[in-house]
Design a protein around this ligand. Structure first.
Ligand code: GLN
Ligand code: ZN
Length: 756
């Protein structure tokens, strides 16, 4: 994105029609030049070409490989860049037959980056169809850089795509795809790339055997291009694919030595000695200064000595970390000194390389290489810092009773207490929390942040918003109301800012998708809650209505998942600290008279490790910390949870083990398919399947919602069915929100009237 998100701003200006393609291309070129210079200045032996994208690297490959889906109806005379943005962003023109939904987007492995999903059908063909990567190679060569070009591997490319027609496997397309890869390799090589890195991160997944078996023949065919290929893996241990990875006919293998140090060691034994082993030693997924002594010790293992050549690298692409920690002038110096963003990671690599080439140790090492001295000082200061280690947090954790994650009674008992307390109708209606974040709402927050309004004025203005939101919900006839979350900019940041242990950068942006970036909080120390965070808003809102007002919190797993998390203790421990802080908030809400409390966990699914083998361990602590957060309340207090992207088919028992009284999930886009799974599984508590898609401004007709609910009723008994949209409404406008909710309430009424 560039140090100051130059790419984002140029893209958005281009999309608004303010700058032409030439100017956008110029921004892209300038960024590449600058980033290559940074790499060379840090002493890297190769710069990487092919990792630059105006939107997404997978989308670049869709064009490079000539497989733009036919459904876009390109005539062939549109400029490449304009087709590219059509793939990425779709064409939306009300009622126009030319309107096309964009390619689907999904998370890149276990990161928060989203890639565009290639679409395949049995008749998909491939061709070398874009010059972009060759142009960029020529640019780098012209600047005198030695080049390692990078491609996403053919098997990973196919794996990450989606079959759009039935009755075929996208793996069958490999035959047609390989000749194009071969051609690309040969050209990259002929045009001066010293190396071509081919990324096959799917080697870290549990692959069906047909996919495993496809690797060897495929890479034998690519070998005939005579390029020096570095096969790159990352994010996850290779396990049963390890021998396969070592056997492939390539010149080198990259291993993520942060996530899979054992693979790196074993590779030293198994990799033929004439191959290059690239060790991903600097963590590309987190923001802490590396422990250079430990890494150097690792590098000095005898067994690496027998290989012809060892490369030092970051564990993965630096796309997943912010640009430059030194630029964070607003952070205090101590905290800043602990951090290493992309620029600092390059410097760490250089220090490692220099140190590895000399035979110095101990004090002499630190004296000779300042970064080693710094790395030691950082470790010491993190270890000694009272802001990292809060004795009361540790003491509380150590003294937790064994049943800290258990509600007082089982669901049926709680249910009876809650029914008596709330007397809700059958098929109760509610929303997921946020209401439209209009320009006016955002202006209120900005004015307060910027010091233009004081706390009293800000509070009064937000209370007015809450009053309006509550009145609208009463008028609509919703059964369980919310306060609307107008005070929140982001569901994690809002809590992070109020909890101890979190810091916020000014410019620590990371690409999420396209021009969108997120600025994850930095979770550096023990977490605790100095004071209540949401209670006053909820208490105020409840005071405005007789209906139950739902309190609204973000859950511990989601807060963890969307932050950069300290690496000096297990994530599970950090999650438990967050859980205790949220638990305190839950209990305080209850004391303030809030009888229904929702704890959002939209990120629980994406936290799953890439390999199934590790799912159990993760799910055990992830579901536990949710229960820890939720279970400090009386039976008559109703706990809800909400999850969006809910591919839960394979983890339903664990979702059930969270024991929320009500779970709201996203099902509207899959036509209630997921709900059937919940039904078959006999999910024991109540469920609110989203009855319409909030991602679209479309207002669903009553009959449509009724039909969905009727379907839902065939698998979930009416006594345990709730009615709600599939996510928060903050991205919508008021008119469509009111219309959609009115239809939703009406659909519920009709079904109740039907006596079901
Ligand atoms: N309560 C949040 C909202 O309504 C939930 C957001 C989410 O699930 N991502 O905005
Ligand atoms: Zn959601």
């Amino acid at each position: 994105m560039g140090e100051n998100r130059e790419l984002k701003f140029a893209l958005e200006r281009h999309w608004r029609g303010e700058i032409g393609a030439d100017e956008l291309e110029k921004t892209g070129y300038d960024l590449r030049v600058r980033h290559w210079e940074l790499q060379r200045a840090a002493g890297l032996d190769f710069v990487t070409v092919g990792d630059f994208a105006f939107y997404d690297q997978m989308a670049n490959h869709i064009q490079l490989l000539g497989c733009e889906p036919a459904r876009f109806g390109f005539l062939g005379d549109e400029p490449e860049l304009s087709r590219y943005f059509t793939l990425a962003r779709g064409v939306a023109r009300e009622g126009d037959e030319k309107s096309r939904p964009a390619l689907e987007m999904t998370k890149w492995f276990d990161t928060n980056y989203h890639y565009l999903v290639p679409e395949f059908s049995a008749d998909t063909n491939f061709a070398l169809a874009s010059e972009r990567i060759f142009t960029e190679l020529a640019e780098a060569r012209r600047l005198g850089h030695p080049v390692k070009a990078v491609l996403i591997g053919p098997l990973t490319f196919l794996w990450l795509g989606k079959e759009k027609t039935p009755g075929f496997s996208r793996l069958d397309l490999l035959e047609k795809l390989l000749p194009v890869y071969r051609k690309i390799l040969a050209r990259l090589c002929a045009e001066g790339a010293d190396w071509v890195q081919i990324d096959e991160p799917i080697l870290g997944l549990d692959l069906p055997s047909s996919w495993q078996q496809a690797f060897e023949p495929a890479y034998h065919r690519l070998a005939s291009a005579n390029a020096q290929v570095l096969l790159a893996t990352y994010f996850s241990p290779l396990k049963e694919n390890f021998n396969l990875a070592c056997r492939l006919p390539v010149a080198g293998l990259h291993i993520d030595a942060v996530r899979a140090p054992e693979d790196a060691l074993t590779a030293a034994d198994w990799l033929p000695a004439h191959r290059v082993l690239s060790l991903g030693l600097i963590d590309g997924r987190n923001v802490w200064r590396a422990d250079l002594d430990r890494i150097l010790d690792f590098l000095r293992f005898e067994r690496f000595a027998k290989l012809r050549e060892i490369w030092l690298a970051p564990s993965c692409s630096l796309l997943h970390v912010p640009f430059c920690a030194a630029a964070e002038k607003a952070l205090d110096g101590q905290l800043r000194s602990w951090l290493s963003f992309a620029v600092e990671k390059l410097q760490e690599l250089q220090a490692l390389k220099n140190a590895a080439q000399e035979n110095v140790e101990g004090e002499a090492l630190a004296a000779r290489f300042p970064l080693f001295a710094q790395s030691r000082a950082v470790r010491q200061s993190r270890k000694d810092s009272p802001r990292v280690h809060a004795p009361e947090v540790a003491a509380r954790l150590a003294a937790l009773p064994a049943d800290i994650d258990r509600r007082k009674s089982s669901y049926p008992v709680r249910r009876a207490a809650q029914d008596a307390r709330f007397s809700l109708p059958l098929l109760p209606t509610t929303t997921i929390g946020s209401f439209p974040q209009t320009a006016a709402v955002r202006a209120l927050r900005a004015a307060f942040r910027g010091g233009k309004t004081n706390l009293a004025e800000y509070t009064a203005a937000l209370q007015e918003k809450i009053r309006e939101t509550v009145a609208i919900q009463e008028e609509l006839g919703l059964d369980v109301l919310v306060h609307g979350e107008a005070e929140r900019n982001d569901m994690v940041e809002y809590f992070g800012e109020q909890l101890a242990g979190f810091a916020f950068t000014a410019n620590g942006w990371v690409q999420s998708y396209g021009s969108r970036c997120v600025k994850p909080p930095i979770l550096y120390g023990d977490v605790s809650r100095p004071r209540p965070m949401t209670v006053e808003w909820s208490r105020f809102a409840q005071g405005l209505t007789e209906k139950p007002m739902k309190g609204m919190l973000t859950g511990p797993v989601t807060i963890l998942q969307w932050s950069f998390v300290r690496d000096d203790q297990p994530r599970a421990t950090t999650a438990e600290q967050i859980a205790l802080a949220i638990r305190d908030e839950v209990v305080d809400l209850e004391k303030a008279g809030i009888g229904i409390i929702q704890i959002d966990e939209p990120a629980i699914r994406e936290g799953l490790p890439p390999r199934r083998e590790y799912w159990g361990e993760y799910l055990a602590w992830a579901t536990r910390v949710f229960r820890v957060a939720a279970s400090g309340v009386q039976d008559a207090t109703q706990i809800h949870t909400h999850m969006c992207y809910s591919e839960f088919h394979d983890i339903l028992p664990e979702i059930a083990s969270m024991d929320a009284d009500v779970i709201t999930i996203e099902t509207s886009r899959s036509d209630m398919e997921l709900l059937r799974a919940f039904g078959n599984f006999h999910y024991p508590n109540a469920i609110g399947p989203g009855v319409y898609d909030i991602h679209s401004p479309r207002v669903p007709p009553v009959a449509e919602i009724e039909a969905l609910l009727t379907k839902a009723l065939s698998v979930i008994p009416a006594e345990r069915l709730w009615v709600n949209p599939d996510c928060g409404l903050k991205t919508r406008d008021w008119p469509e929100t009111k219309a959609a909710l009115a239809n939703m309430v009406e659909a519920a009424r009709r079904l109740r009237g039907g006596g079901k």
